[in-house]
Design a protein around this ligand. Structure first.
Ligand code: FAD
Length: 450
């Protein structure tokens, strides 16, 4: 039997009190303060295999950490064994084949930085310190998705450690069922130690446009923005948000364009003409700058709570609810969450829904209500306000992105993320690959007998 003291690891084992233990168990959401019995800082596939086998022998719950961004802190098991993949952060780019081999603990910034010197990129999320692992396994939305599909649509193959500690590959030709499930099914089937991505010639240029309007005047603005989105080219991803400022709530609408900025300029007059903007910002960051633009607002060490939906339609009644953010009136207090929308469509919807576990490809916008604060005394009010903002959009919701689920949504959330037929297929796959539900600290797809 393996014991912690007889372990052979290329990396190291940390327990409470060891240098690095607290750093490794600290994740993005400062509300998470769980203490694993042990943390394996894995540097090799062999370490991951050893850690899985050890956890099973000791009957410890397994948490898997990549970027640590999961808002529910699912990577950190209380009294269990956390497999910290962060040291496995290498990225190798083959510019001729346009492929990137990315280790399972890498952050998005590492993928972008390795690809951009060749003018290449693939879809990655909007904050560079998010993990490739969690983001890609859930789907992976980003500024390139309308041109090139979700992050998971660009994975050519996965190397994965199973619940039995075996190492397998999944691709269209090897273990194709598993490949189907890994594209959107989250961390349910095993621990991915390497993702092989298709890269695209994207160049290095972008255009970002934002127009601020008084929220009081913004119903027609958002109606016009919604209608323009329907005809926008794939280079443009439309965005909208409502947030509090000292002079009252503002609604900001705009878009992010990846490609030659000159080709996106024609959209600017149309957005400006939607109302009477009180401010506008039109910038041309490099692609790498764009990918880090939200790193500070999306930064660590804040207490966080969010609520999310997918929307197929965005009728005027939904726009009114969006602007109110769950409150009785537009100017109700300073503790309201920020609310935002990001457009889907384009290449995301080109993929047949049955092609991968990822679901709801007919989504027009993803809605999110998010709060961040520092004082624990504000927890209840902040979370209640974000829940109200989410509940206000409930009547218009068509599912949810699995990576945006709050932990408390449990199995109801899983059913929102995957329609019944998808969930049945995912359940069958889980029963084959992880019948004991070893990997259950995730938005859990339960094996059929559980
Ligand atoms: C600031 C911020 C910005 C975001 N922006 C976007 C965005 O633009 N687009 C988008 O799609 N999503 C975005 N998200 C959501 C994000 O996709 C999820 O939070 C995701 O879970 C983060 O993955 P992670 O590896 O950082 O998290 P972790 O907490 O490390 O992991 C989350 C879960 O993923 C699983 N997991 C992670 N890595 C592996 C692996 N290698 N093998 C097996 N299982 C694994 C585990 O179940 C783990 O519990 C954002 C989140 C934050 C906090």
């Amino acid at each position: 039997m393996t014991t912690a003291s007889s372990l052979r690891l290329d990396g190291c084992l940390l327990t409470s009190g060891d240098p690095g233990y607290d750093a490794a168990r600290t994740v993005w959401n400062a509300m998470i303060d769980r203490r694993p019995r042990m943390i394996v800082r894995a540097v090799s596939v062999t370490d991951v295999v050893t850690a899985v086998r050890l956890a099973r022998e000791l009957d410890l719950e397994i948490g898997v950490r990549c970027g640590g961004h999961n808002v529910a802190g699912l990577a950190v098991p209380a009294n269990g064994l956390m497999i910290d993949l962060a040291p496995m952060n290498g990225v190798r780019v083959d510019p001729i084949q346009r492929r990137a081999r990315v280790q399972g603990g890498a952050l998005l910034g590492a993928l972008d930085r390795a690809s951009q010197p060749y003018g290449l990129a693939t879809t990655a999320g909007n904050v560079s310190h998010t993990g490739v692992g969690g983001l890609t396994l859930g789907g992976g939305m980003g500024w390139l998705a309308r041109q090139h599909g979700l992050a998971c649509d660009n994975v050519v193959s996965y190397t994965m450690v199973t619940a039995d500690g075996e190492v397998v590959t999944a691709s269209r030709t090897e273990n194709p069922d598993l490949y189907w499930g890994l594209r959107g099914g989250g961390g349910n089937f095993g621990i991915v130690t390497e993702f092989e991505f298709q890269l695209h010639h994207t160049g290095t240029q972008t255009l970002v446009a934002e127009f601020d309007f008084r929220a009081e005047d913004a119903v027609p603005v958002l109606e016009g923005w919604r209608d323009l989105n329907a005809v926008a080219p794939r280079q443009a991803t439309f965005t909208a948000d409502v947030h509090s400022t000292a002079s009252g709530p503002l609604a900001t609408v705009g878009f992010v364009w990846v490609g030659d900025p000159a080709r996106g300029h024609w959209l600017l007059p149309a957005l400006r003409a939607l109302g009477r903007p009180v401010a506008e910002r039109v910038t041309t960051p490099s692609y790498l700058e764009l990918q880090q633009r939200d790193d500070t607002t999306g930064g660590h060490a804040y207490r966080r709570y969010s609520s999310a939906h997918y929307l197929r339609q965005f009728p005027t009644a939904a726009i009114e609810a969006f602007l109110l953010r769950g409150a009785a009136d537009l100017r109700a207090g300073t503790q309201l969450p920020g609310v935002g929308l990001q457009a889907y469509g384009g290449a995301i919807a080109d993929v047949a829904d049955a092609d991968a576990a990822f679901s709801h490809r007919g989504t027009t916008f993803e809605f999110g209500a998010g709060s961040r604060w520092t004082e624990p005394s504000e927890d209840d009010n902040r979370m209640a306000a974000a829940r109200s903002a989410g509940a206000a959009l409930d009547p218009y919701a068509d599912g949810v992105y699995v990576n945006s689920l709050a932990a408390e949504e449990g199995q109801r959330g899983v059913r929102r993320a995957y329609p019944a037929a998808k969930l049945a297929r995912l359940t069958a796959l889980k029963t084959v690959w992880d019948p004991q539900n070893v990997f259950h600290l995730n938005h859990n797809i339960r094996p059929s007998h559980a």
